[in-house]
Design a protein around this ligand. Sequence first.
Ligand SMILES: [Zn+2]
Length: 524
Amino acid sequence: MNRTSRSAILIVACAAMLSLAPMGWAQQTPLGQPQGGIFNPSVLKGEGGCSLTSNCADVAPGMIQSALVESPLEENLRQLTDHFGGRLTGSPAAHEAVEWVVEAFHQAGVDDVHVEKFTMPHGWSEGATRLEVLTPAQFSVRLVSTGWSPATPPAGIMAPVVDVGAGDDAGFAKAGQSVKGSIVLVHSSILETYEQLADEYVQDVAIVQRAQKSGAAAIFWMSSRPNRLLYRHTLSFEGNPEPLPQAILAREDAERIARFLAHSQVVRVHFYMPNRLTGPVESENVVAEIRGREKPDEFVLLGAHLDSWELGTGALDNGCNAALAIDAARVIHSSGVLPRRSIRFVLFTGEEQGMLGSAAYARAHQAEMDKMVAAIVFDSGNGRVTDYSISGRKDIANALREDLKPVQFLHPVNVTLDAELGTDNFYFLLEGVPTLVADQDPANYMLNYHAESDTLDKVDIVELKKNVAVAAVTTYAIADAPERLGERQSRAEIEQLLNDTGLVAQMKAMGFLPFWLDGTRGRQ
Ligand SMILES: [Zn+2]
């Protein structure tokens, strides 16, 4: 079910933009303050309080109003998605989007914007993947490579397909010796919940290991979406190539192959996937800052990833939240008050390849981690924010509930201790910094997750504006609070937290644990 309901709001400020010829990105100028803005743009620098008033909660209604009225948000998101398209890390589209984002933050009125580069071990792109079914019947199969999958040999792979069920130990045991030299077909259920998604990542890593150990030539994953919808992701979380060629097959085509196999008919295929893997490539995070009035060295980070997979245009994942971070900067700046501490708005790249941009940021800023008060991350589409997951940090729950009071009239936003390994908060958590991940109503997120269908028409702008309000108020309140939200944890405390929350099991299953244990990542 698609719950999208497009906003009928007329964006006056966009009219001039739409008349520009959409040729190069340079002509795609990001929008700044809305016309007829409701705030005085001059910044008040009151001493020892949020503004001329003494209560920090007093500034929240104005920020909420600024987020909800006509704004550059929708037009900015249109440019990020329709103009640049899918922003695969390391691709020209991603680099051009980075330049555009720098300008967008300038337009939002922040004090400083800059780009911080990091290196990915490999660049990757897909060639003209195709599959011919040779026996027992000829039919066309829709398929797409997984990200960072190696190419097949130049002549392709000519092999039988072997059904390994769900790809668990029992499935491989049942298939036995026939797996050697074959292409294994792994079944899936239709993706409906975040829990299923998290399980899928954890289980798939083990399935690849089983396939490799059994001598399989390649893996075919049955699409977890109906109606021949395809999507892409990777299980290689360090930006390195996957161990085996892997493709996602349209669910209906995979089921057809499975039915032949169930009737003991041999399915022989010619699988051709000329992917291009390059050497190291540079990528960039964009960092924008509003400097604090009292403790400018201390900072709260509001982050989202800018990169996406490129079959669609990365609207839900995560263009809408990249646009949210830019708009939260505009909202906070235009409130005319300065927070006590600084706020850094960071758009990461390389998230889809294993949170590489945020890992690089945490590494590059290790000397500042004592000054980092919190990392707030948005990365679950544009469904309503229902909670902030604080990954087991009981010590910050009460203070955060106070900070969230001003947004409760929009809808309830709660605090949960849940923890999950899956987005850009993770490497800050490993540094002992309190992290908040926005939990969002799944809305239409699962169906379109990483898929060809993740396009702007799926985004509910009215809901996204409410999320901008929640993000801006939360970030401002934490940055402005008299006391720090929470202390930085020691390595021993982080270790305890990883055990208490079950994160350590996820790290182990997904291959992250060695980097923590050997000190490559996280607090020493
Ligand atoms: Zn994402």
